[in-house]
Design a binder for this molecule. Structure first.
Ligand code: NDP
Length: 645
């Protein structure tokens, strides 16, 4: 309804506010010139830069240890397993599911998914908060739609439908058979003499596997803000990835959170997750206090049902066509038609068209400067629209001002929502804008921000997931390859791989992700399908020729990494990489710390020609049957085949 600082009646134990809400130097309705805009962006970023970077966050331990647990299934006991499988698939999210499906299609049947959750689904198993949905269009986000015969109900689908689709893939491809759920991997260890991986789990299992695939995801482990006093809060609290419906009432389909009707609820965080659940909390809580450090950029979603006539007209092979179309347009390419037509392609098309217009000017050349200036112009236009939308929707002017994002759209995860801004018009909703400083401290009865105490019954952490920490911490286990070298040691200076899939010293192990491959962050599952298809082709080939080990050569890995380092994702990658350093802090830019090669998440490491070029390249690579850059060996170390890149 209003910013809480300006409405002391709403702050039950509010004391004198020593801090004022941010003053606003310009707004969408009062456009500022691009230099003034950039100065505003810089000053907003500078307010948020912190020496401690990623270290400002803490792991859920002690009284918060249960945030890593599974509230959705009863713990059951079982005897440990000591057996062997052909392929162990670590992680039952879309990475594991598409890899498992492709392996089955390639004739590899002896597969076992090992998953910490009680079912498949990965992030869609864990994240069941009210309003959870995917803001990448379902026609391209949901993998294997043609293979499973499913058509999404809406352009953007809610979490229960996505979770259902994960289960559909598992059922369709027999991936439930032999799967181990509620089982956390504790270590992976390579045994050279037998060419087997030994997988140990928190159930005491010791499973041997000829091959392992690792799809543990970048948004896997919840993190908490290291706010002084966080441990002392005496009310109820939970992380959004473990929503406590027993406390709130309601369910994942969005039913009223009826137990909150007499509760004062606080939420820390205003990222993509908070944006989706805040409308539900504003609707159902007695009072909702949203503690904001940086507002998200909220673009239009415009969801609607999928037209059955349109889907009936799709020809076989349509999803691959949609993938390519989306990736092409989203990365500045040309296509006759925009099949997805959403906020991602809209921004990219604006940039592309501006680049083309600039190239039409006398003497213009395609340089990083041309692209950068087109990008900045398009982004200014888009962000002005986004800020104007806040004014158009949010009734209280001070609240509207505080909800305006002052950074470029791709500095943080862009959000798309048609109820979030409206939620602040609800009488129960109070925005506590901290002008970039964040929450000061937490005590037994509530939260301090801007020198004001907010008494709360319940505190919800929408504080995100570990991204910048090392692989072992994020995945929850260490992987030890040949000669006892761990993956953390191997990657101490940053990720090294061939195609983002193979790591020298880790034979028969495959990473299913996007980094150092397609790097298409707007549609992660496209990367996963490509990686899964590639891995299945390699495993089937290795089995077919009777090799015991398959591994990238050190030279091939080095050449791949050098190519990525030297070209920095090509002209587009270098423009975005340079600009990202100037962004307001977040996980996209390593919390505003300089992007050393060991700390890159998105800024660099992409294929020079971009995602579409990478997908073309990897398709040709696996179809050629040469498997360039891989060495196939027998146990006796006889090299059966090796092809240089
Ligand atoms: P994020 O990491 O994006 O957001 C964390 C939030 O916590 C930020 O708003 C951050 O502020 C805030 N915060 C941290 N510390 C403090 C503090 N001390 N005081 C106040 N606020 C604080 O996590 P999310 O869970 O929102 O999203 C994670 C990712 O999950 C997304 O980026 C997206 O990739 C994915 N996702 C995807 C969805 C989809 O539709 N496909 C939906 C939901 C999530 P600040 O910004 O200042 O750092």
């Amino acid at each position: 309804m209003s910013t809480a600082q300006t409405s002391t009646a709403q702050t039950s134990t509010a004391q004198t506010s020593t801090a004022q809400k941010s003053t606003v130097a310009g707004s969408a309705t009062d456009p500022v010139g691009s230099e003034a805009l950039r100065a505003r962006y810089r000053s907003e970023r500078d307010k948020r830069l912190r020496e401690d970077g990623n270290d400002q966050y803490i792991e859920p331990t002690g009284r918060f240890a249960h945030f890593l647990g599974d509230p959705y299934v009863e713990r059951f006991e079982r005897a440990p397993l000591f057996d062997e499988v052909t392929v162990a698939v670590i992680g039952g999210g879309f990475a594991g599911l598409v890899t498992g499906a492709r392996l089955k299609q390639a004739g590899v049947d002896d597969i076992r998914i090992i998953e910490g959750g009680g079912d498949v689904g990965g992030v869609w198993y864990w994240n069941r908060y009210p309003g959870a949905m995917c803001d990448t269009a379902a026609m391209v986000y949901l993998p294997l739609l043609e293979e499973t015969g499913h058509m999404p109900t809406q352009k953007y689908v809610f979490a229960p439908e996505i979770f259902g689709h994960a289960r559909r893939i598992a059922t369709r491809f027999g991936l439930y058979d032999n799967a181990l759920f509620s089982t956390g991997v504790t270590s992976l260890e390579w045994e050279e003499v037998s060419s087997r991986w030994i997988i140990r789990t928190d159930r005491g299992d010791e499973i041997r596997a000829r091959f392992v695939t690792m799809g543990t995801g970048p948004l896997h482990r919840p993190k908490l803000p290291g706010i002084p006093g966080i441990e002392s809060f005496g009310g109820h609290c939970f992380h959004t990835s473990r929503w406590d419906y027993a406390y709130t009432g309601g369910d994942a389909s969005g039913a009223p959170l009826e137990h909150l009707a007499d509760k004062r609820v606080g939420i820390i965080g205003t990222g993509a997750t908070a944006v989706q659940c805040i409308p539900h909390l504003a609707r159902d809580a007695q009072d909702l206090y949203v503690f904001q450090r940086t507002p998200s950029a909220i673009d239009v979603r415009d969801n609607h049902p999928i037209d059955p006539a349109e889907s009936a007209a799709l020809e076989p092979g349509w999803q691959q066509e949609w993938y390519t179309n989306f990736a092409t347009l989203q990365t500045g390419g040309f296509a006759d038609e925009d099949l997805v037509k959403d906020g991602w392609t809209d921004l990219a098309k604006r940039i592309r068209d501006r680049v083309m217009a600039k190239l039409g000017e006398p003497g213009a050349q395609l340089t990083p400067e041309t692209i950068q200036s087109a990008f900045l112009d398009s982004d200014d236009e888009k962000m002005n629209e986004i800020r104007a939308r806040v004014d158009a929707i949010v009734e209280d002017p001070a609240t509207a001002e505080a909800l305006k994002p002052w950074y470029r759209q791709l500095c943080k995860r862009p959000c798309f929502h048609d109820e979030y801004l409206q939620a602040y018009n609800a009488p129960a909703a109070h925005l506590v804008d901290t002008d970039g400083r964040g929450v000061e401290r937490i005590d037994e009865t509530g939260v301090w921000a801007n020198g004001v105490h907010y008494e709360l019954d319940c505190l919800i952490f929408a504080s995100g997931f570990e991204v910048g920490t090392d692989y072992a911490r994020r995945s929850g286990f260490e992987t030890t390859g040949r000669d006892g070298v761990t993956l953390s040691e191997r990657w101490a200076g940053g990720m090294r791989s061939l195609h983002g899939i193979h790591v020298h010293g880790f034979p028969n192990a495959f990473i299913v992700g996007f980094a150092q491959g397609g790097n298409l962050v707007s549609n992660i599952t496209h990367n996963l399908v490509e990686a899964g298809t590639t891995i299945a082709a390699i495993v089937a080939h290795t089995i077919e020729v009777g090799a015991d080990q398959v591994e990238t050569t050190e030279d091939a890995e080095q050449a791949w990494v050098e190519m990525l380092d030297n070209t920095g994702g090509g002209i587009l990658g270098s423009v975005f990489g340079n600009l990202l350093v100037e962004c307001t802090p977040g996980y996209y830019n390593n919390e505003g710390k300089p992007l050393e090669r060991g700390e890159r998440f998105i800024a660099a490491g992409g294929y020079p020609g971009g995602p579409v070029a990478y997908f073309d390249y990897i398709d040709g690579w696996r179809r050629s049957g040469d498997f360039k850059g891989l060495e196939l060996r027998t146990n006796s170390s006889d090299i059966m085949s090796v092809t240089d890149r």
